[in-house]
Ligand binder design. Structure first.
Ligand code: FAQ
Length: 329
């Protein structure tokens, strides 16, 4: 029964009996699978959780353009370059859908974006690692977009309408991204011994950060219990991490590459792969801004913001001019 006090992570979730009538009616709508829309009443904590998650998600898409953008000018063929450019543009599009979704919650895009630029807002840990070789572009598509899909498909059923609807299109595009990444890995794995080594090296470096990007282990995930009660999240971080591992290991086998985990083993009883410990110290260091590329990523975003000032000013001047003309007419 829902009315049980759920306690996972470190924050407790209220039971229906503890809610006032308005909040209880809200929770009952969620339990019945009815979407919450921007103008509906919602608890302040629900709104804040969504602002936090959707803005972090938008920032991740936006910062996520940088590691891949790094290889556009060095893609190994015209075809790969065109595909990569389209992918990086898609990520910008995802950020825009998400910034639009977050604006329906009474915050401004500029406001949440300035928090990112000031280093106050989080974005996904995974984008603070460098892309050292072309194989990293394959690994990002395969593993990072692969993780993103596992995480985002359930968000298509999230209780907040604008977020759920934005995710439908994002997921379709992410699945193309995942396939293009796998296609790069396949070409390298079937290429020369040196190309295969490059693919293996890239898998070695991206595997563990891709597992960590699903978020802290359930007992450390402070937001999961409440977000699940509100159906913003449908699964815990560990459940999604396990799903990602189970679907990705056979893909690595098909490539003839080895997952860099000596403890990885199929567990007949659980019906899942067992895996080795994740380096959570590294994860939290990266989240706190001490990863290999945190400073570089924020500097790049700040530079782009400053260099784009003339365009924003021109756009506003243009809109103001038309508004004045409309008024005069
Ligand atoms: N990095 O209590 P929980 C992509 C923070 S999009 C940094 O478990 P929650 C597409 C978390 O915010 C990738 N921080 O939190 C692409 C919280 O801190 P807070 C982004 C992290 O929210 C591909 C604290 O730790 N996807 O890849 C991370 O319930 C290729 C405690 O954690 C999304 O944002 C992390 N990895 O669960 C683009 C999906 N994990 O806020 C370009 C939507 C956790 O209390 C190229 N988000 N933290 O200060 C979610 O599903 C959730 O927010 C989780 C975290 C699952 C990420």
């Amino acid at each position: 029964m829902y009315a049980q006090l759920v306690e996972t992570g470190t924050r407790a979730v209220k039971s229906l009996d503890e809610m006032d009538p308005q909040e209880r009616a809200f929770q009952e709508r969620i339990n019945a699978g009815i979407k919450i829309e921007p103008k509906d009443w919602m608890p302040e904590a629900y709104r804040k959780t969504l602002v936090r998650q959707i803005s972090q998600h938008a920032h991740s898409e936006y910062v996520g353009m940088l590691p891949e953008g790094n290889w556009i000018s060095r893609a190994p063929s015209l075809k790969r370059k065109a595909i990569l450019m389209a992918k990086v543009q898609d990520e910008a599009g995802h950020a825009l859908y998400l910034y639009s979704a977050v604006e329906t919650l009474g915050v401004t895009r500029d406001g949440v974006y300035r928090d990112l630029l000031a280093g106050k807002a989080k974005y996904s840990s995974i984008f603070n690692y460098p892309t050292l070789t072309w194989a990293d572009i394959g690994a990002i598509g395969w593993l990072v977009d692969g993780s993103a899909i596992v995480n985002q498909i359930p968000i298509c059923r999230c209780s907040f309408g604008p977020y759920a609807r934005a995710m439908v299109r994002v997921c379709k595009e992410e699945s193309f991204h995942q396939r293009q990444g796998y296609d790069i890995m396949l070409a390298l794995a079937r290429g020369t011994p040196e190309q295969k080594r490059m693919a293996q090296d890239s898998l070695n470096r991206w595997w563990w950060p891709s597992l960590a990007m699903h978020g802290p282990a359930d007992e450390q995930s402070v937001n999961s219990a409440q977000s699940m009660a509100w159906k913003i999240k449908q699964h815990t971080n560990d459940e999604l991490r396990q799903k990602f591992i189970d679907q990705t290991v056979p893909q690595a086998e098909f490539l003839g590459l080895s997952i860099p985990d000596p403890l990885l083993k199929w567990n007949e009883v659980r019906g899942h792969y067992d895996f080795g410990p994740i380096d959570w110290e590294d994860f939290f260091r990266v989240v706190k801004g001490q990863g290999p590329c945190n400073r570089e990523r924020l500097a790049a975003r700040n530079r782009a913001w400053e260099e784009g000032a003339w365009f924003r000013d021109a756009l506003i001047a243009h809109v103001d001019k038309h508004r004045a003309q409309d008024k005069a007419a």
